[in-house]
Design a protein around this ligand. Structure first.
Ligand code: ATP
Ligand code: MG
Length: 269
C-alpha cells in the first residue's frame, strides 16, 4: 500500500523513554504500520508491551525516538482534532454539562452555537444520551460517561478515533452494550478506529484487522484480517462466535499472547 492510500503510516517507529538515563525503557521498536480510512484496528499484547505508547505516538502525545509517523503524508507532531482519543477513564470536564462537554472541541475550533448544537444533538442521539444532555458528568453512570466521551470524540468528525482500553473498567453487561454501540457507530461513521484491548472477543467482534504485539520492547508480531464484524453487523447476531473459525482464531491469538508472557510454564492454551 502506498502512503497516498493510507490515512496513517508508521515507519520504523521506536520509542525509548529516558534515553541514556538509568531509567531507560525501550517501549516499542520497529513498528511499521499503515492504517487505511474506515479501518477498525484492534491491538492486543501482554501488559507493558507498549500498546499505550503506540497509541500515544498516533495521538501526537509522545514523540517517537526514531522513525516517521505520518498522517495524510504529514508528520504527526502534536495532538489534533483529526485524531480523537478515548481512555479507560473518561476525561470529562465536571463543571460542564454533557452537551457542553461534547461541544467543547467544536467551540475551541470556533464553530457557532447553532452548528455546535446540531452536531452534539446528533452524536448524543447516536450514543443514546440525548435525554441526559443537560446533566453533569457526576450525575451519570460509568457507561454513560463513556458514551458521552465517545460522542465528544465523534463530534469533531475525526479521521481516526484512538481508544485505549475504553471498556476495561465497565461491568460485563455495560461493556457488551458499549461494544454493540461502538460497532454500530463505526459502521455508520466515516472514522477509522484504533482500539487497544485485552479482550480477544472484543477484538474479534469489532475489528476488521487485529495486531498482536510481542512483549516489551513491543513489535507487531502478527496481524489478522477479520471478517466476523461484518457478519455480526449484517445478521444483527453474534452467533458467529460459536463457529469453528472464530474459536480457532481466538485460540491462535490467545496462545500467541500467552507465549509472550510465559515461555516456561508448559501450560497450553
Ligand atoms: N511516560 C513514560 N515514561 C517512562 N516510561 C514509560 C512511560 N510510559 C510508559 N512507560 C514504560 O513503557 C513501557 C510500555 O508501557 P505502555 O503503557 O505503553 O504499555 P501497555 O502495553 O499499554 O501496558 P498495559 O497493557 O499494562 O496498559 C512500560 O515499561 C512503561 O513503564
Ligand atoms: Mg496501556
Amino acid at each position: 500500500m502506498s502512503n497516498k492510500e493510507s490515512l496513517i503510516a508508521l515507519k520504523d517507529i521506536g520509542v525509548t523513554y529516558n534515553s541514556g538515563g538509568k531509567n531507560e525503557v525501550a517501549a516499542i521498536t520497529d513498528i511499521n504500520l499503515q492504517i487505511k480510512s474506515r479501518e477498525f484496528i484492534a491491538v492486543l499484547g501482554p501488559s507493558g508491551c507498549g500498546k499505550s505508547t503506540l497509541l500515544n505516538v498516533l495521538a501526537g502525545f509522545v514523540k517517537p525516538s526514531c522513525g516517521d509517523a505520518l498522517m495524510n503524508g504529514k508528520p504527526i507532531t502534536a495532538p489534533n482534532f483529526q485524531r480523537g482519543v478515548m481512555f479507560q477513564t473518561p476525561v470529562l470536564y465536571p463543571w460542564l454539562s454533557v452537551k457542553e462537554n461534547v461541544e467543547f472541541g467544536l467551540k475551541m475550533r470556533n464553530f457557532d452555537k447553532k452548528g455546535r448544537s446540531k452536531l452534539s444533538d446528533k452524536y448524543l442521539k447516536d450514543v443514546e444520551l440525548f435525554e441526559f444532555k443537560n446533566h453533569k458528568p457526576y450525575e451519570l453512570s460509568g457507561g454513560m460517561r463513556q458514551r458521552a466521551a465517545l460522542a465528544r470524540a465523534l463530534a469533531s468528525s475525526p479521521s481516526i478515533i484512538l481508544l485505549d482500553e475504553p471498556f476495561g473498567a465497565l461491568d460485563a453487561f455495560t461493556k457488551i452494550n458499549m461494544q454493540i454501540l461502538t460497532r454500530t457507530v463505526w459502521s455508520m461513521d466515516k472514522s477509522a478506529f484504533f482500539l487497544i484491548t485485552h479482550d480477544v472477543d472484543e477484538a474479534l467482534s469489532l475489528a476488521t484487522r487485529a495486531l498482536v504485539m510481542s512483549k516489551r520492547p513491543g513489535k507487531i508480531i502478527k496481524e489478522f484480517n477479520i471478517e466476523f464484524t461484518y457478519h455480526i453487523n449484517e445478521t444483527v447476531s453474534d452467533k458467529i462466535r460459536f463457529s469453528k473459525e472464530y474459536i480457532s482464531l481466538r485460540e491462535e491469538i490467545l496462545s500467541l499472547i500467552y507465549r509472550q508472557t510465559s515461555d516456561e510454564s508448559g501450560y497450553v492454551i
